[in-house]
Write a protein that binds this ligand. Structure first.
Ligand SMILES: Cc1cc2nc3c(=O)[nH]c(=O)nc-3n(C[C@H](O)[C@H](O)[C@H](O)COP(=O)(O)OP(=O)(O)OC[C@H]3O[C@@H](n4cnc5c(N)ncnc54)[C@H](O)[C@@H]3O)c2cc1C
Length: 391
């Protein structure tokens, strides 16, 4: 087996977390040699970051995570300045539905309490106002919600290409099409193996999205995460322009077959095609060794989204062009855990040389997670309290 030269840092995964770490680490350690390995290509649609957009929100039910989004917000603004382009479009974050139902996004009632406690302004809305203002129909009149105006939508490809360019400018090396099959840490560093190569580094970051759990399992660390193939359905509008309508999330009681949670992105401000995108947030049929992803949206979930659009979104035209895609969501099994990010120190031989990031609705934390990983890889205490992320 061919052995490549020694690196200071190897990052496994060129998703948002890997790219953000590459840039942050290279900025702080200009003399270090950094290598990013990815089994696919930049902007791959086959891992945990596909599509055009992600929801940006400041509000969280959990105060410790809420504080981190406020920090992430400052870092996004710095990144936008650095890149001289807009990455977050603050069109607002609209949550409505059964205010008492707990979901993997939190709960409306608790989140309003948290916004009060954090003095984050929001507009409380009843369902009649929401329907009248945004064109929805036939929701339970007892539903309620709020609009938080600083929320909105993150430009996924803009963010990834920005981080890639910034890291590339700092001489980070990228190797695409390289599937890491094994890692072996020891007290001096870490060996990283693919089918053809053996790499060696002082430190390694595992930021492999749906691939993290299997790599981490080799270190005898069992991350309680499950991966779901979630559907996203694009539909054209028949009425309403919706140029600056907010992102929305509908909180509903689960039904027998699924969690009954839907969210939607109105045509995003940078899109040329004007499609709305409707997502099904259904934690069903986790990917297992026998049940592999097929990277096509589950037809039953597509039908559920179309049925939802027909009933509640008369401004859409699901019978015209309508296409679907899927993406792998990696979520902690424990609903009280939102992410996992920590070093493997004390958990395996050489664990102090390995940092692991896995799981959660993490895109909105991209710049913050990159800085935290870079701190941990430099054996520094992260500059923010990340106890809620550690495992
Ligand atoms: C449908 C959907 C909607 C979402 N909505 C939101 C949202 O609105 N807001 C939000 O904040 N978050 C959201 N998320 C979550 C967010 O997209 C992810 O948390 C984030 O994009 C994951 O980034 P990552 O860098 O951790 O992993 P990924 O983007 O999955 O990147 C991991 C990389 O590692 C590579 N890789 C994997 N295994 C190996 C290996 N063995 N060897 C080499 N390379 C490997 C992959 O090819 C991939 O490029 C959503 C996720 C999904 C699926």
């Amino acid at each position: 087996m061919h052995t490549n030269q020694q690196w200071d840092l190897i990052i496994i995964g060129a998703g948002p977390v890997g790219l953000s770490t590459a840039w942050n680490y290279a900025k702080n350690n200009p003399d270090n040699k950094v290598l990013v390995l990815d089994k696919y290509t930049l902007l791959t649609q086959l891992a945990g970051t596909s599509g055009e957009e992600r929801h940006w929100r400041l509000q969280y039910s959990e105060l410790d995570i809420f504080r981190l989004t406020l920090e992430a917000d400052k870092l996004w603004q710095d990144l936008e300045k650095q890149a001289d382009r807009k990455l977050i479009h603050r069109t607002g974050s609209l949550w409505f539905g059964d205010a008492d139902v707990w979901t993997n996004e939190g709960q409306i009632t608790q989140t309003m309490k948290s916004m009060d406690e954090m003095s984050l302004p929001y507009e409380r809305l009843n369902m009649a106002t929401i329907e009248q203002r945004y064109g929805f129909t036939h929701f339970d009149p007892n539903y309620e919600g709020f609009l938080q105006k600083d929320g909105g939508v993150i430009d996924v490809k803009g963010t990834l290409s920005t981080l890639y360019s910034l890291a590339n400018d700092l001489n980070v090396t990228f190797q695409f099409g390289e599937n890491v099959t094994a890692i072996e840490p020891d007290s001096e560093g870490v060996s990283v193996f693919s089918a053809e190569q053996r790499y060696r580094a002082r430190k390694v970051l595992i930021a492999s999205g749906p691939g993290s759990k299997a790599l981490v399992a080799q270190l005898d660390i069992d991350l309680a995460l499950s991966t779901y193939e979630m559907a996203c359905i694009s539909m054209l509008r028949s009425q309403r322009t919706g140029a600056n309508d907010p992102f929305w999330f509908a909180f509903q009681q689960p039904i027998e077959t699924d969690s009954n949670l839907f969210y939607g992105f109105p045509p995003n401000p940078w899109s040329v095609n004007g499609f709305d995108r409707l997502g099904t947030d259904f934690e069903v049929d986790p990917i297992t060794d026998t049940h592999k992803p097929d990277f096509r949206a589950n037809p039953q979930h597509v039908d559920r989204a179309i049925e939802f659009a027909r009933r509640h979104m008369p401004f859409l035209n699901p019978d015209r062009e309508c296409f679907s895609s899927s993406c792998l969501a990696v979520l902690p099994d424990n609903p009280e855990r939102l992410f996992y990010l920590d070093t493997a120190k004390g958990r395996c031989h050489g664990g102090e040389n390995v940092v692991i990031s896995a799981g959660g609705w993490a895109f909105k934390f991209t710049p913050l997670l990159g800085q935290v990983c870079a701190d941990l890889l430099n054996d520094k205490t992260p500059r923010w309290d990340i106890s809620a992320l550690r495992f």
